[in-house]
Ligand binder design. Sequence first.
Ligand code: BDR
Ligand code: CA
Length: 310
Amino acid sequence: TRKIIIDTDPGQDDAVAILLALGSPELEVLGITCVAGNVPLALTSKNARIVCELAGRRDVKVFAGCDRPLLRPLVTAEYVHGKTGLDGIPLPEPTMALQDQHAVDFIIETLRSEAPGTVTLCPLGPLTNIATAFRRAPEIISKVEQIVLMGGAYFEVGNTTPAAEFNIYVDPQAAEIVFKCGAPVVVVPLDATHKALTTRPRIEAFRALGTPVGAAVASWTDFFERFDMAKYGSEGAPLHDPCVIAWLLRPDLFEGRFINVEIETHSELTMGMTVADWWRVTKREPNALFLRDVDADGFYTLLTERLARL
Ligand code: BDR
Ligand code: CA
């Protein structure tokens, strides 16, 4: 099994990613670290626990982390995810406790105590927690196996500004620290996630599982589909964050290139843009595997099959 820490701001698509991980025996979730993003920290750290309880996994450790980006004011996305961040069918208030330890301390302590190269970080929101851990304890960077993150865009450009994707836009300074850190980085940008659309039959397949998990996932995907279809005019909405977990399970479903990716942190106009040297027109050192494509049918088959186990 592969040990992972999921760093997240649930968010319906984050919630589906957590469920995909918990339904996959190849992965051991050491902890879920929450960050402010789609909604404020109090809600993301509550939503993560709602999802663990839905999966019958009250044993998973959930930590609260940074409540705002490193330098910029927090920008949230209730217009996509609803007021709670997890709008859809009503779910019970969580009764499992949040861990006392701060998420950043948990990340540092875990990377210090586990064998080098055995822990993969899976950031699904703004990169504030990860960057803070790296700044505070730079020696942990060399111990990371991989950082597989959802963020950025190149050909599909921005979903938050014309140039930037939400996770990178919210905390570009944190993103810059992570992209420059030197550990192996895999990027799942909008270019890949905009191919993994929640079409009607795919949502109905979740519902057809006939389980509480299936009903919740169908309601969540239904919820933001209405918004995203109006925005993009596509058949269904992109299901971003579960692609990160899917890549860990089935990298063969994805295509990408190992290239240089830099983060814009100066221009207000293009703040948070992931400047991806796809055509290798510079001599800048490659620092990230940038995924451009996913086999959407393969992805949804895998996802539905894993959700069925919960
Ligand atoms: C990302 O932003 C959030 O709204 C989603 O959860 C995803 O992580 C997509 O841009
Ligand atoms: Ca997210």
